[in-house]
Design a protein around this ligand. Sequence first.
Ligand code: BDR
Ligand code: CA
Length: 303
Amino acid sequence: VRKAIFDSDTASDDTVAMFLASRWFHLLGVTVVAGNVDFLQEVRNAVFTVEELGLNTDVYPGSRRPILGKWRTVPEVHGANGMGSLNVVEKGRASEEHAVDAIVRLSKEYPKDVEVLAVSPLTNIALAYLRDPELVDRVNKVWIMGGALWRGNTTPSAEFNFWVDPEAASIVLSAGFDVTVVPWEAAEMCAVVDDELWTEIGGLNTKTSKFFLEVNDALRKFSKAQGNPGSVHPDTLTVMVAAHPEIVKESKRVFISVETCSEARGAMMVDSYGLTGRKANAELVLGCDPLTFRRLLLGELSR
Ligand code: BDR
Ligand code: CA
């Protein structure tokens, strides 16, 4: 079984991705980072999800601020506590160990046998790398949900995860990890739970399907208001891309950098034509199959 660290700003879709990751990987730990909602709430959400769904892993609280410190949380996307209408109660406890320490430690315990599923701002991963650059040699693969090709969801040019911490994204992309990037548009194209799929999930009547509907109902309203036919699931798609590569229909090896200075902070720059002469540093996912998304999601929520 492949081993993974799941790095998350735990709210709605992150919890679904976490659950799927636990089904398809041996989850070595969930590391939490500042992003979607209040940091301590994210930690509560992560611990609650692990306990409620019996995921059998530890939660490590990590960076409470992005590298340059300023961002805004998005309760309007995920609900006030980030978990839609799900009633999150105090359950279990997070580990005392810091996420950055845990990432470095786990990579030493399982050298060349650990992947990182990063569905959040990249602060924890960047700090772990700065702390111990040999991390690059011990981590097999970094799967990143981040970046917008042309439909920034936070500013006209930036996707939320890259916008929150563009410095961290830049550090991780230039570090030399084996990286795959799943951008926002890939999710809008093939990871949407429309009314029909939503109803079908409702009909499954399992613990996880009920959890899914409650945790994502605020996200669904927000995504629909943005003009999508249902809730958009970029984090879930990223875990699917990692575990079930057949979902990817188009991808390209490219050099990617992230804007850190201007009004376009957080913008992802993709050198599609090799204009910079820089060596490709990522596989960029450009198209996925919505039917595979549907099949995998229904399959896991039904049991
Ligand atoms: C990303 O931002 C967060 O709100 C989601 O969890 C996802 O990781 C989408 O831009
Ligand atoms: Ca996320």
